[in-house]
Design a protein. Structure first.
Length: 285
C-alpha cells in the first residue's frame, strides 16, 4: 500500500506525520510525507491512501474521495490529556474515510483493557436535569459538512428546541472558535467555564459532531446527535426526544468506550506500528 501523509508547516503535524510514516513502514507499506503548500495539486500522485489533519483539509479530502482514494483523518483525541513538546495533547484520533470512526465503531467488540488503563470514571446516567446544552462547532467544521454558518444554524436549532421544551438552553461553542457569537434565547457559555461545569445539572446535550458528546457520556448526560459524533450509535438522533432521550444500557455504553479507545493513539503507538496495525484493516471495509 502506498500512503502519503499531507501535513502543514506546524511542527506538531510534521511530528505526527513522521511517527505515522515510521509505523506504516513497520507493516511493509510505502509511506512518505507531503508538505501542504499554496497552489499544490488537490490529488497526491501515486498514493492509494492519503492522511490529512483537521477539518481545514476538506477540499483535499473530498478530492481524494471523488477519485476513489481512501483517506485517514487525524485530529485531537477524545481524551485530551496533556502531551509533550509542541503537540499539546497526548492522543490523536484516527478515522478511515470519515471525520469520526462512527460508522464502524460498533461493528467490533474490543477488549476493555485499553479503556480501563485510562482510569476515567464513568458516572451513572442522569435521568433528568435542569438545562439543555447545545455544543457548537467552528465555522471550519460547518464548511466541512456543508452546514449553514454557526450563528444561523444554532439560532434555528434553539428555536426548534424552544418549541419542544421549556428548559433553559445553554449554548457553548467550540472553545477555540473565537468568532462565536451569543445566540438569542440561550445562555452563552465561554471557555472560562469548563465543560464539566456546564454539564453539571444538564438534562441533555445536543450537537452535530462536537467532542463534547464524549464528555457528556462519561458524565452520565445523554446526547442527541444530529451528525456523526461518536456516541451516535447509542444516542437519540431526533430532537423530538429532548425530554426523554435514549439512555443506552450500561453494557452498550461501556462497549462503545472500549471500542473508542482503539481509535485514538499516542505518538509512540503510531511510530511503533501498533496504531496502523489496528487501523489498516478498515481500509478494506
Amino acid at each position: 500500500m502506498r500512503i502519503a501523509f499531507i501535513h502543514s508547516q506546524k511542527p506538531r503535524e510534521r511530528l505526527l506525520g513522521s511517527a505515522f510514516v515510521d509505523g506504516a513502514r513497520v507493516h511493509g507499506d510505502e509511506a512518505w510525507l507531503v508538505e501542504k503548500i499554496e497552489g499544490m495539486p488537490l490529488l497526491v500522485e501515486g498514493a492509494d491512501v492519503v492522511c490529512l489533519v483537521g477539518v481545514k483539509s476538506r477540499e483535499l479530502i473530498q478530492a481524494h474521495w471523488n477519485a476513489g482514494i481512501h483517506t485517514i483523518y487525524f485530529d485531537k483525541g477524545y481524551c485530551r490529556g496533556k502531551g509533550a513538546g509542541p503537540v499539546g495533547w497526548e492522543y490523536w484520533r484516527v478515522a478511515v474515510d470519515a471525520h469520526h470512526p462512527t460508522r464502524y465503531l460498533m461493528r467490533e467488540s474490543r477488549s476493555p483493557a485499553r479503556w480501563e488503563a485510562l482510569g476515567v470514571d464513568v458516572l451513572p446516567w442522569r435521568p433528568s436535569g435542569r438545562h439543555i446544552l447545545i455544543a457548537g462547532s467552528s465555522a471550519k467544521y460547518h464548511d466541512f459538512y456543508g452546514l449553514s454558518g454557526p450563528a444561523e444554524y444554532y439560532t434555528k436549532l434553539t428555536k426548534r428546541l424552544n418549541k419542544l421544551t421549556g428548559r433553559p438552553i445553554v449554548y457553548r461553542p467550540k472553545p477555540s472558535y473565537r468568532e462565536a457569537e451569543p445566540i438569542l434565547g440561550t445562555r452563552f457559555s465561554t471557555s472560562a467555564e469548563s465543560i464539566a461545569d456546564v454539564l453539571r445539572d444538564c438534562h441533555a446535550l445536543v450537537t452535530h459532531g462536537s467532542n463534547a458528546v464524549f464528555e457528556a457520556l462519561i458524565a452520565g448526560v445523554p446526547s442527541i446527535v444530529l451528525g456523526e459524533a461518536v456516541t451516535k450509535p447509542i444516542s437519540s438522533t431526533d430532537i423530538a426526544e429532548i425530554e426523554a432521550p435514549v439512555l443506552a444500557s450500561d453494557q452498550a455504553r461501556m462497549q462503545l468506550l472500549a471500542n473508542l479507545a482503539w481509535h485514538q493513539w499516542t505518538m509512540p503507538e503510531l511510530a511503533s506500528g501498533e496504531a496502523w496495525g489496528v487501523t489498516r484493516p478498515f481500509i478494506y471495509g
